[in-house]
Design a protein. Structure first.
Length: 115
């Protein structure tokens, strides 16, 4: 009886610890705001990157979209701004397969005054 109680306590404690560390799901409530935060999202003209940029813009972040193709980036930016009404969404060229492009992106980003 004592052994069973001990095992139950250990398992229960592990479950509570896991819930505390991991959380109770992958989605944040819609009410969580991120105003004043600055985020850089790579590959943000399509797919997961675009959805991430969209969600961050909805929550009030200043979003820098880092993309290889600036034309596609500008189209995605226009969609994000029209849906979120957040004007703080910016396009920047950055090809992650090219170290010179990454260095140039960083230099341009560091040169900007970011609040």
């Amino acid at each position: 009886m004592i052994i069973t109680s001990g095992v139950g306590a250990v398992i229960g404690g592990a479950v509570i610890l896991k819930d505390f560390i991991v959380g109770h799901g992958h989605k944040l409530p819609e009410t969580v705001r991120a105003d004043g935060k600055v985020c850089i999202v790579t590959g943000s003209n399509t797919g997961i990157g675009k959805e991430t940029a969209m969600e961050l813009a909805k929550r009030g972040c200043t979003v820098y979209m880092a993309c290889r193709d600036l034309e596609k980036c500008r189209k995605a930016r226009a969609e994000i701004i029209s849906e979120t009404l957040n004007q703080h969404v910016h396009c920047r060229k950055c090809d992650l397969a090219d170290f010179d492009s990454i260095r140039q992106f960083v230099q341009e980003f560091k040169g900007k005054k970011v609040n």
